[in-house]
Write a protein that binds this ligand. Sequence first.
Ligand SMILES: NC(=O)c1ccc[n+]([C@@H]2O[C@H](COP(=O)([O-])OP(=O)(O)OC[C@H]3O[C@@H](n4cnc5c(N)ncnc54)[C@H](OP(=O)(O)O)[C@@H]3O)[C@@H](O)[C@H]2O)c1
Length: 264
Amino acid sequence: MEFGNQVWLVSGASSGIGLQVGLALRARGARVAFAARGADRLRTLVAASTAGAPREIAVPLDVTDDVSVRDGVRTVLGAFGRIDGLVNMAGNGGALQRWDAAGGTHLREMFEVHVFGAERMARAVVPAMRRQGVGTIVNIASTVAWVPMPGAAAYSAAKAAVVSWSGALRAELEGTGIDVRVFAPPHTRTEAGVRWPLPLPRIFEPDWVAQQLLRSLQQGSPLSLPGGNLPLLWLQRLSPTLATRLMNRIGFSALQRAQEHAGG
Ligand SMILES: NC(=O)c1ccc[n+]([C@@H]2O[C@H](COP(=O)([O-])OP(=O)(O)OC[C@H]3O[C@@H](n4cnc5c(N)ncnc54)[C@H](OP(=O)(O)O)[C@@H]3O)[C@@H](O)[C@H]2O)c1
């Protein structure tokens, strides 16, 4: 896949991995729509990096809102006339917490952004992609989609739903020219990522993760888990008990660290 002159819409593009994906696409010659809720932050980022070239736009939108998404996609089509790729990066896992401490709306909130938000965005761009006869949708998962983590029950469930939905969507859209991919970042040094004190040997930089996403697109991989996380999926298949034990240890340790940190 060559990105030159393609048009990409990236949600969650005002910070973290999404921002770096947008910048990396732009560096490869794509026209990029940077989307997130925070209009000021977005506009500053886009204005700061544009230097007068109208090859990128800031699109303030909230993936949890039908009208906002519809208007945002219209803006992109108005500016560039097409959408070759959508990266559904919006959202994060929030604070680590036990299910019973999280409150009755937490699961719904996680699904609203990660699952329904991605679905809403896909629904808005697919008609244009069908007309073009080509398009790519990248949905963002996490290793906890396959091996759920204590302290992140709702997030794990939402990411599992993203993976499952993406698989079926990919099959249903076969033959239309629209491809659906899943990309699962490793633990990444973002505003959200550093709030999870996971006992892992390494935390990855968002620009490196963004490069891995572009690489997976070029390789045509339907599923990509960079940063050494793929073996966890194999372990989950070969020995679910062991994989669960490992993730439980990571989750409970991170929960304890997060609580100690919060307690000062
Ligand atoms: N960091 C990690 O370790 C890690 C690991 C695995 C998976 N992931 C996944 O990677 C993605 C990005 O994570 P990140 O760590 O880069 O997060 P982040 O730094 O917190 O960035 C999240 C982005 O999403 C936007 N956003 C949040 N809610 C939104 C909404 N309702 N509508 C539109 N935009 C929204 C935020 O901007 P506004 O607040 O202005 O809207 C921001 O641009 C997420 O899907 C996350 O689950 C991250």
